[in-house]
Design a protein around this ligand. Structure first.
Ligand code: M6R
Length: 625
């Protein structure tokens, strides 16, 4: 969604804000803006488009000098992407002081509040819900910006991560959160606030993660202005919105700047595709015990009895994480022999679900901040399920709200198209299924053989990636086609869904994924001469059935692209292009078969000239429902 960065300290703020916005740009990129406070007041700059447009505008205009500022990169929810709708928004208090605010989230009762504020004499320049909050703070301001923010937030329904400044208090930055992530980096003479760690890590690795309903007051300035500390003093205070003091916990960030630079790759997506062997090694590290033939998941050990007893698993997620969850459904039933269902979190949360006793809910999310996934998890937990998380971002909201869980440890994922997180999610769900299966019905021998196979998966992925250029050449043949189908069966049916999602989200080519047999029930009507149809056709229990489906498509002129098992010569009779993956047990195939489809989507987006890492209309983390 939107990204926030804010700073108060002893350095010039504008370059810091621009650098931070660039690191957060994957969260939203339809417009950007900043506000800098100095002795002359608040200077606001806003522009439509990428952060580079804002940077050029700021450099041209000058005047943005100061050591306190807030900035924002937007992904439109209320109001089209336009300069008036870009953040910061602001207002003037009764005494004539100016405030400026940046916001990530949605103010649900904004129209009621807007009517009230209009009656009070406020005028509005934008179509946004955020401007309502900024005017409400002005309305409630009585000489103390912290108190005004607290009072305003008490009136708000919805979600927010905010940073606020006021020209009357030029050394004070206020921030607060409910439902939208906000992290405070604690520097030597400064504080930097951001929606995620990517904007903080180059400054400090000491962070405070603000909790819902908390407000932080961060001050930095010459000691005579703050009356504390050395020549440059800093002060920090956290309260609830009801002004009850809270003692914050300072923690250490667990990744470094190097992990989020491009390192010679053209795009983060390409880098993250290539990082997958190493990401998987990190995900598996310390979790496969060859000596005792078991999976070690420290995060689950406190609940191993509940997991053995569990009668049903409910997995919920969105997008790519949902596809990983569908594979998890197969894995849990196949390996752990326990009923499992994966649902879109957005549907689960509103359908009054029946949660039987001894149910376990698993929320799957790269970011750990997806609004629907978080809400589904809360719903399941409130109805008595044990709440587990399969999450990448340590310290994220979902990670903190679960009873237990397993982190992916695949490193930060910056590209909007999820790649290595999918791999990590499937790997963790595989390990969870073996962990539970071993305690239920799986023989030691079977668990041992899976552990050996899992250990070899990173090397197998390296082999698949050797076809990077070959996949590009095949993609070129079909790049002018606007409709694609992705088909698979069993474990590879969710991979087909994922292949279609990858292609459409970054290349804007229309693609549909479905079970291969479902094609005959309607979609086969779409197939005409040369239509690209991607079959995930690896050898396994349904191989012959998939071959029959391939024949059906070929008979209607479709162009077959197959993902097949190394050594399968037969498939070449039916396919124009083949991408090979090493032979592994069916349950592990998705971790390999998805790789060529990620690469295909990447090449299609590049060949069509699109911005691979920042596809139109999308944001990395969807923190609104
Ligand atoms: O952070 P999450 O894993 O919860 O995100 C879920 C989806 O928004 C995400 O997977 C999305 O579908 C990606 N853009 C897919 O590449």
């Amino acid at each position: 969604m939107c990204g926030i960065v804010a700073y108060v300290g002893n350095r010039q703020v504008t370059p810091l804000l621009i650098e931070g916005l660039k690191r957060l740009e994957y969260r939203g990129y339809d417009s950007a803006g900043l506000a800098v406070v100095n002795d002359e007041g608040i200077h606001v700059g806003r522009s439509v488009g990428r952060v580079s447009v804002l940077e050029a505008m700021v450099n041209e205009n000058g005047g943005f000098n100061g050591t306190l500022g807030i900035a924002h990169t937007r992904w439109a929810t209320h109001g089209a992407p336009s300069e008036p709708n870009a953040h910061p928004h602001g207002g003037v208090t009764h005494e004539g002081h100016r405030i400026a605010l940046v916001h990530n989230g949605i103010i649900e009762n904004y129209s009621t509040l807007k009517k009230y504020l209009i009656k009070k004499g406020h005028t509005f320049e934008s179509d946004t819900d955020t401007e309502v909050l900024s005017k409400l703070i002005c309305e409630l301001y009585q000489g103390d910006i912290e108190k005004a923010v607290q009072a305003a937030l008490r009136e708000i329904d919805g979600t927010y991560g905010i940073a606020v400044v006021c020209d009357r208090e030029p050394h004070t930055l206020i921030c607060a959160r409910k439902g939208s992530p906000l992290i405070i980096g604690v520097g030597e003479n400064s504080y930097i606030v951001a929606s995620d760690a990517a904007a903080i890590i180059s400054h400090t690795s000491q962070v405070i993660t603000l909790e819902d309903h908390q407000v932080a007051k961060l001050c930095a300035g010459p000691e005579d202005k703050l009356g504390d500390g050395g020549p440059w003093a800093v002060q920090f205070k956290t309260t609830t919105v009801d002004n009850i003091p809270v003692t914050p916990e300072v923690t250490q960030l667990d990744f470094d700047l190097e992990q989020i630079e491009l390192h010679g790759f053209n795009h983060f997506m390409q880098k993250e595709i290539y990082e997958q062997p190493e990401a998987l090694r990190n995900c598996l590290r310390g979790r496969l015990d060859h000596r005792d033939g078991r999976v070690v998941l420290g995060g689950l050990s406190r609940y191993s009895r509940e997991l053995i007893r569990a009668k049903r698993f409910i997995l919920s997620a969105q997008g790519t994480a949902y596809h990983a969850g569908l594979i998890g459904e197969f894995l849990l039933e196949d390996l752990a022999k326990v009923p499992a269902r994966c649902e879109y979190a957005s549907e689960f949360r509103y359908r009054n679900p029946i949660i039987e006793p001894d149910s376990v809910a698993i929320a799957i999310s790269q970011s750990g901040e997806t609004a629907d996934t978080l809400a589904a998890l809360r719903e399941a937990r409130d109805r008595g399920a044990l709440a587990l998380g399969v999450v990448n971002v340590v310290g994220s909201t979902i990670a903190r709200e679960t009873d237990a869980g397993v982190h992916l440890h695949v490193g930060p994922e910056i590209g909007v198209a999820s790649t290595k997180a999918f791999l990590g999610q499937v790997a963790v769900l595989t390990m969870m299924s073996l962990y539970i299966g071993k305690r239920r019905f799986l023989s030691d021998e079977v668990v041992r053989s899976y552990i050996t196979e899992l250990d070899q998966m990173p090397g197998h992925i390296e082999r698949v990636l050797e076809q990077f250029d070959h996949i590009r050449a095949c993609t070129e043949h079909c790049i002018d086609r606007d409709n694609w189908l992705f088909l698979g069966r069993g474990y590879n049916y969710p991979v087909a869904l994922e292949g279609a999602l990858k292609l459409k989200e970054i290349s804007y080519i229309h693609a549909e994924g479905m079970p291969a047999a479902e094609m005959k029930h309607g979609p086969i009507a779409l197939i005409d001469q040369g239509m690209p149809v991607v079959f995930v056709a690896t050898q396994g229990s349904q191989y012959e059935k998939v071959i029959s489906n391939i024949e059906e498509v070929r008979a209607r002129g479709g162009r077959i692209i197959a993902v097949a098992t190394e050594g399968d010569e037969r498939i070449t009779q039916y396919s124009e292009d083949v991408f090979y993956v090493p032979a592994v047990p069916e349950a592990l195939q998705p971790m390999l078969t998805v790789i060529p489809l990620q690469v295909l989507a990447y090449h299609a987006a590049v060949l069509r000239g699109h911005d691979v890492d920042k596809p139109r209309n999308l944001a990395k983390s969807v923190t609104v429902e």
